[in-house]
Design a protein around this ligand. Structure first.
Ligand code: ASP
Length: 376
């Protein structure tokens, strides 16, 4: 029997759980995008407005939903300005860009993924080829690269000059017990700022990334007019990671899950947390039980919070977002926090996601568990 959990009950339950967990601040929920849904529909993380536009245009022209979302995220993968995805992504601790991606095709119930893939700008395309041209699901590292080259991909340098400078600033700032960075005889002391003589505009960004190595990813989900669904998640992962580190993005059930009978879900943010709760699969299962996409995403956030016994000081140290759509074209998304920490200009940035509902392509606010990390 299906259990229907409506939003009012969910909020009440959340509040009760909050009290039980000793939360000092009421669980704040934004007005939610609870909608009946419309098809076709495309949802993405906030960096994906160009992806949702591209995917919607292709779906309207009759393309398969997976071809559409992959073409959408390819725009971001190939954009050197997005330092969290594909070409131009921030590298691992040794300065090598390592990419992870997954795809899932609802109608044929298939999936493919690559992890720790170097030298290929568009790992989502390689993940799709793993799905289509192998009897495996996940290829990693050197094997994934050789597989891509067998399919005609050319090895390319993915580290842009901007990403190299940001990485080198981090590398030189890591320790005064190694030899990286200006030495004892340097007239400028140990400051690394001379790295940015030719690019002074990058110093503030590099410093922000040094202080808190960023994550960042694009997840894109789509449902077409017939109710067929697909999704993809692609990322350069956590900046300055240990070589070989793999996050949630290429793990089916964590960074991405699609069930063509129910819905699709994905995640961006600290992959280690999502891996522990299998977020995307959890969300799809919650939707199967009757939860709306928004409430199911909030449930995933609550489970992440539960991994730290709702310890707010610890939760404030990372961010994680979930996105979902259902077969009817209903959609939603949720974050642990409604706002970022105050940025350079002193303002907080609202946690958002991108939605193309066939009429408008725009950013929407994510629902959230807690207001802002510094207000906890
Ligand atoms: N989830 C990605 C990872 O952990 C990074 C991110 O989305 O920010 O690799």
């Amino acid at each position: 029997m299906k259990t229907k959990i409506n939003r009012r009950e969910f909020v009440r339950n959340s509040a009760l759980l909050g009290v039980a967990a000793g939360l000092t601040q009421a669980t704040a929920l934004t007005p939610l995008a609870q909608n009946k849904g419309s098809r076709p529909l495309v949802v993405s993380s906030a960096n994906g407005l160009r992806a949702t536009q591209q995917a919607m245009e292709m779906i309207r022209a009759g393309a398969d939903t997976l071809d559409a979302v992959v073409a959408g995220v390819n725009i971001v993968e190939e954009d050197p300005k997005d330092m969290s995805v594909g070409y131009g992504g921030l590298p691992n601790e040794e300065g090598d860009v390592e990419l992870d991606a997954s795809v899932m095709h609802g109608p044929t119930k298939r999936a493919g993924a690559v992890a720790s893939l170097r030298h290929i700008k568009t790992p989502s395309k390689v993940a799709k080829l793993v799905m289509e041209r192998t009897d495996h699901l996940l290829l990693v590292g050197e094997g994934a690269l050789r597989f891509a080259m067998a399919h005609g991909f050319k090895k390319e340098e993915l580290l842009t000059e901007e990403a190299r400078l940001v990485w080198l600033h981090w590398k030189e700032s890591m320790s005064d017990r190694d030899a990286w960075g200006p030495g004892l005889a340097s007239p400028e002391g140990s400051s690394t700022s001379s790295l940015f003589k030719a690019r002074p505009d990058l110093l503030a960004l590099a410093e922000r990334f040094r202080a808190q190595p960023p994550t960042g990813t694009i997840n894109c989900l789509a449902v077409n007019e017939r109710g067929d669904m697909s999704g993809t998640t692609t990322t350069s992962g956590l900046a300055f990671k240990i070589p070989g580190r793999v996050g949630d993005s290429p793990i089916i059930g964590a960074g991405l899950f699609v069930d063509n009978e129910v819905g699709a879900a994905g995640s961006t943010g600290r992959g280690e947390e999502n891996l522990k709760i299998c977020g995307a699969h959890t969300i799809v299962e919650m939707m199967r039980q009757g939860m709306s996409p928004t409430d199911a995403c909030l449930e995933a956030c609550k489970r992440v919070a539960g991994s730290y016994n709702h310890n707010q000081a610890k939760l404030a140290k990372f961010s994680i977002n979930f996105y979902a759509l259902n077969k009817d074209g209903g959609y939603g998304g949720a974050a642990l926090f409604g706002y970022s920490l105050p940025e350079k200009d002193g303002n907080r940035r609202r946690s958002q996601f991108a939605v193309h509902d066939g009429k408008e392509n725009k950013l929407h606010e994510l629902a959230y568990l807690y207001e802002a990390p510094d207000k906890m």
